[in-house]
Design a protein around this ligand. Sequence first.
Ligand code: SF4
Ligand code: SF4
Length: 148
Amino acid sequence: MPGSRLAWYTRIYFPTIAKGMMVSLRHFFKKPVTINYPEERPKVSERFRGEHRLTKDANGNMKCVACYMCATACPAHCITIEAQAAPPEWENRDKIPKVFEIDMLKCIYCGYCVEACPKEAIEMTNKIPQVYDNRQAFIYGLDKLLNN
Ligand code: SF4
Ligand code: SF4
């Protein structure tokens, strides 16, 4: 503004620059709070709800009996199951999933599917949800879920 005059010490900006440098210097020697993700992985709580896994029984067969309980409980409607008859040698079940897919883009990681499962066939790992460059990769099928 015409006529307004700044004090001489404001005009040289020295105090402000010095203050800024002090802040930078103070943080320079502190332990960083960031990590080099994805090379470094953060430590998460044991209760962290990460990517899903379909579990297997002692014979290495998937525990899932294609009962649709998880898909019914899922508030995001992101689980797709198609059932088929179980192989005769697989005891105690009539059905297994032919298709079991979770759309990770829709999932809100609420854990309701895990709670709803009567066979403890689905669990949530502590793996941080991954990021991909195409939508199809976010749809996890049987192979991916069994080996996640
Ligand atoms: S965690 Fe929640 S939103 Fe995700 S698949 Fe399970 S029930 Fe659905
Ligand atoms: S994961 Fe569990 S709840 Fe879901 S279909 Fe399989 S057995 Fe049923």
